[in-house]
Design a protein. Structure first.
Lengths: 111, 113
């Protein structure tokens, strides 16, 4: 049973515009959420995280929003750059440190 | 430079062969993990370790086995490879304590013919 879902398999955005990636989860025990970026033939790279005690975390061009009541989080990338073209994975963990991942969203930034 | 390494990066092998995928990290992390990922799918946790001589099976059942004799080394072994084992295998590590991200190696792309 998939506990983390990314319902949009792909997203195309113009360079300079905002990219918004969405993620839903079902397990109410999750208290830490992360976004990873993955290029082909490479391992995922950590981007940004948020704990359940916050509803927003910002790091440069990346902002993650958490809506606990809706069990929903989103990643905003502003402005989008060509190097942002990659697969983005949402992940969540409870107190056991194990991560549950979504299936990923492929972002393509158009020039 | 602190990092996490996986070898080989690519492996093509015949059915029935025994293989070992290597994973080493130089960050001194206690926790290490193995994930399996197919294209367009989520990463599935197949093994994890919270320290030396501690290994557990993950959420996805796997015929592979792991060992953790040294903190920095977490190899994965398949005794008899089958085509169904074709996948990408990703190793990761993290610090002890709460709210710590996992750092991933570059992965091994395994193809069993």
């Amino acid at each position: 049973d998939q506990q983390v879902k990314q319902n949009s398999p792909s997203l195309s955005v113009q360079e300079g515009r905002i990219s918004i990636l969405n993620c839903d989860y079902t397990n109410s025990m999750f208290d830490y959420f992360l976004w990873y970026k993955k290029y082909p033939a490479e391992g995922p790279t950590f981007l940004i995280s948020i704990s359940s005690i916050k509803d927003k975390n910002e790091d440069g061009r990346f902002t993650v929003f958490l809506n606990k009541s809706a069990k929903h989080l989103s990643l905003h990338i502003v402005p989008s750059q060509p190097g942002d073209s990659a697969v983005y994975f949402c992940a969540a963990s409870a107190t056991d440190y194990k991560l549950s991942f979504g299936a990923g969203t492929t972002v393509t930034v158009r020039a | 430079e602190a990092d996490i390494y996986q070898t080989p990066r690519y492996l093509v092998i015949g059915t029935g062969k025994k293989i070992t995928l290597e994973c080493s990290q130089t960050m001194g992390h206690d926790k290490m993990y193995w994930y399996q990922q197919d294209p367009g799918m989520e990463l599935h946790l197949i093994h994890y370790s919270y320290g030396v001589n501690s290994t557990e099976k993950g959420d996805l059942s796997s015929e592979s086995t792991v060992s953790r004799i040294r903190t920095e080394h977490f190899p994965l072994t398949l005794e008899s490879a089958r085509p169904s084992h074709t996948s990408q295998y990703l190793c990761a590590s993290s610090e002890s304590g709460t709210y710590n991200e996992q750092f991933f190696g570059p992965g091994t792309r395994l193809t069993v013919l």
